[in-house]
Design a protein around this ligand. Sequence first.
Ligand SMILES: [Zn+2]
Length: 313
Amino acid sequence: MALVTDIGGTRIKLALMRDQSVLAQRTLTAHSDEGLAPQLPKIAQAYDSLCRDAHIDRSECTDIAMAFPSLIDPQTNRVLVAYGKYEDAPRLDLTRWSRETLGLRLWIENDARLALLGEWQAGAGRGCDDLVMLTLGTGLGTAALTEGQVVRGKHGQAGILGGHLTVQQGGRLCTCGNRGCAEAEASTSVLRTIAAGLSDYSASPLRNAGVIDFEKVFRLAREGDSCAESLRVHAIEIWSSLIVNLIHAYDPERVIVGGGIMTGEADFFPDLQHRVLAHAHTPWGQVSIMRSQLGDAAALFGGEYLIRQNSLN
Ligand SMILES: [Zn+2]
């Protein structure tokens, strides 16, 4: 029995799971600007609620898996860096919190890497041991699996920094300190800045749109707004360049695209597929560019798998 949590910038998703089945689930509104510490009591309460919902005694649970949008130190099980969300997370000892407050073992891992594991075991990656995962959302997450092994690297950061591959020489300054990262060029967090730099922005409904997200951009592009269309084309170019880089780096047979932007209509997806296939160099054949099957539950399924794997060892 596994308690699994996916800590996102806007939502915290929790599930009680057993053998790839969700027995109960809850979603909390995340207040990432307040830090992670104030969320922990709410998370602990939600675990109790999940067990009650599923009529299970919490003592039947021994482990928690936590998906977190950052780099995690594989030696210490600690969050290494905050990227403008949950600024206190690197200072927290979550393993200790889990043990002392809940009496449970904690496994914490990068969220895109857990999404990859979830899709591999129960989603679009089933039956394929060479995968790349890309999550499109507030930020961009990536992860890679080659010959059935998750790519981790000495410091745990191999494969998961795809959002920080340079796709625009001399481009925008990124939260990581580099310029022209995919995340600084085409993620929800930078849409307003990019839109404001376009010549037709002042005449576009985007100017007075409040929060700009890709759903809004794609809808206005469909309705013929030229500023939204420029943003749409720009995003597809950036994402396809990033995917081509990931294909050249990790030699996958499938690339799975998920994240918040993919949970909507995602009518841009055929254009993205076409552009990737036109530019990827794969003389052995053709990479499949697929949509996530598990949607925003992918990291939860990955967390449940992580616990099962670790309890076998
Ligand atoms: Zn960056």
